[in-house]
Write a protein that binds this ligand. Sequence first.
Ligand code: FE2
Length: 193
Amino acid sequence: MSYNVDKSSVFSFALDTGISKDRESSRRYLSNLKGMVADEGALEKMIKKEDTLVYEFYELGVPENPGDLAFGTSICYPGKIGDEFFMTKGHFHGILDIAEVYLCIRGRGLILMENPEGDCTYEVITPGMMVYVPKRYAHRSINIGKEPFVQFFAFRADAGHDYGTIETKGFRKLVVEQNGDFALIDNPKWGKA
Ligand SMILES: [Fe+2]
């Protein structure tokens, strides 16, 4: 379903779950993370038991025009693969120079960011906190809490998504559980396809 972006319009999503009845969500399961996690053995074992839903997102279908805004909600469920928290695949924008905002509406999560020059940074957000993801930074949402990590996001509609760079190189940092909290560690597989 597309809509006329030259007229005003209203969308709805539940403030507790992030679910929108206006669209179907796009869903990513454990099997979609193959090749992207630190402990592939743990991942395989989990998939054999059940191919759990890791995250889903509702994109509300704005056409990719530079003057428009794309937006929606993202829901990352709680869980771990080995010691690594459930996370989204993450991406650079196809047009690298486009920023994005993420507003947390439920849970506790971490936005992991890095730019092509290797600068790595992160922010931890809880409901009411918003991260400004600067242009040029790849970004991944990670659930470091015990309930769904739900966010609203918005970015320039023509940004596009480069998933391939992260799928092949990974992020330089991993976010794992250590002593009951999160810790960032170097990704030993970074850069190795
Ligand atoms: Fe993005």
